[in-house]
Structures are given as C-alpha cells and as structure tokens.
Design a protein around this ligand. Sequence first.
Ligand code: SF4
Length: 345
Amino acid sequence: MNYKNQYQRKAHREVDFIFLTLLPQAGLSVREEQVKLSHQMLDALLEGNIALCDAGVGIGKTYAYLVACILMRKYVAATGNGWLCDKRPIVISTSSIALQEAIIQEYIPFLSDVFLSAGLIGSPLKAIVRKGKEHFVCDERLGVRLEAVREKPKNELQKKALFSLKQIYDMDEVPNLSSFDRRLVCVPKFCPKECPGRTSCRYQMYLKQARDPDIFFQICNHNYLLADSSHRAKDYKPLLTDYRALIVDEAHKLPEAARQMYGKSLCYEDILEICYFLEREHQGMAAKKLKSVFHNLFHVVRENYMAKGGPASAFHMTEECATVLEEGKALLKELTGKLRGVAPG
Ligand code: SF4
C-alpha cells in the first residue's frame, strides 16, 4: 500500500502487530479478513473519508474497527491533518442492546488491558452508553414514588425492583420494574430550573460524565443517532457530544430505525375509520370507492408478501403492487383535494 507518510505506515504496521502477534498471544485467532478490514477502516479514519465495509459473519468486525479507532487516536496528531488537540470522541451506533453491552463490558475492557500491558496506550480506554432520558431514573421523582408506595400493598417483586433504583439509575438493568413505575420515575422531558437535583442528581452526573473528554467511545443505538442528527438539523441542542468519527455497526438495520422514527403507517382499520368519518359527512360515494380501492390494495400487497415467504422475508415491490399503491395514493390525493373544496369556509 502507498501510505502518505511515515506515521500512517507506522499505524498500519501496528495493525499487523496487534492482529498477528498481540491478540493471538491473548487467545484470539488470526483472521485475515479482519486484519484487512481494520486496515481499510484505519485509512478512512486517518484521511477523514467514508468507508462502506461489508463484513461477513464471524470475521470479528468489532475488534477490527475498535483497533482502527484506537490507532487513529494515537496517530492522527502526527499525520498533519490538524486534529492535534482533538479531544472529540468516536461514536459507535449499533442496532442491538446485546452488541452495545458486549462492546462496553467485554471488547473495550479486553483491548484496554492488552494494549496497556503491551505499552501501546498510556491510560485505560473509557466508554459510555448513551441513551434517551426515559431509560434513567429521576432522583426527585423516585423519592416521591417511594414515599407513595412505602406502606401500600404492592406486588413484592415490583416493589423490590422499584426500591433497587436507589442504587441503580439505569432502569434497563432492573428486571421486574412495572411500566407504570418506570413512567412515573423516569427523567422528565424538561428538568425544572429550580430542581435541587440540577447539580447533583444521578442523571446530571451521568450527563457530566458523558461530556468527559477522556471518554473516547460513545455507544448508542441507531434511533438515538438519528434523533441526534435530527436535533442538529433543526439547530436544537445535540444529544451526542460532537464527535470526530462515526462507526455505524449493523448498518443494515439503519433504514428500519429511520422508518420507525420518521415513517407513517397506515392499516386497513385506519381506512375504515376514514370511511366512517366520510359517511358521517355525507360522502358515501367517496367512502365506498376508498374502501374498495384499499381493500384491493391490501389484498394484493398481502398476497405478494405471503408468496415471498411472509414476515421473515423482505418486501418486494412488484409491478402489481406498484400499480395498486399508485391507485390508492392518487385516490387519497383526489379525495383530499375534493374535501378541501367542500370544507366550510
Ligand atoms: S435535574 Fe432533572 S433528572 Fe435530576 S432530579 Fe431534577 S428533574 Fe430529576
């Protein structure tokens, strides 16, 4: 490979040393695809590019990008691209909680120990999981709720779970917590200015920790990443600390997360409800047409879906599906236009 400078060459030599010598000594096996992927990602990170990588199952992609990120931090200052004092973290976005937990509880501590012992890094690697307010306990609200249930009869397991929140502030780690309690004690959308916890509650401490420049990896799920992008696009306060690089792991799940967040769903019951309101407004003909077109649409789409293997398969847009969808869309547009015309005023 033709690397731009000696530091980049050194960083790549270190990738080889890590995957071919250091990690095998620590019990991991050598996987050529993994080494190749790590080199590819390191190049993209050092040069500020985008890399689209297709990592096959079992090649160890997580170690590949973690190593590339760690070496980027180590060598980026020397490559002359102006990030000398860059303290911004790397954001890793994943789809599954299991992967997030594995990264924070296994992968990063393991690499940190191995690299520290080998003298490749000077201090332990730090990481934090970022997630929405609704996952964390508000100390003020918890205090009120505990007082309210203290002497009251309540399911023992649920009560125990509620009281355990005095020690554990991440509610995802507490089994048996009722969704009612969860809603009552989670961090509110807006913390009141006069709240005494503003400087000392556990949630504020968590936020302070998340802003610590020593935390190199910030790990979140795709929904949180998308919510952060949306905040930035609207000039709201970002959710994530400004980051210098972004790794989107399990990227094939990103479109689904985007659909969940920004998409709208329409089922046949919704159409029947619209028809009901149309009939009430003496638009019986329009309601009849809408019912018939959408009955056909859902039938065709469903038949096509089942023929391709049902829920386990991806949706295929056949010509027939496209035609009925277009027909439904055109009818809705026509009715919307017409109703605007008949609306009073
Ligand atoms: S600052 Fe917010 S999260 Fe903390 S105790 Fe007050 S209301 Fe709850």
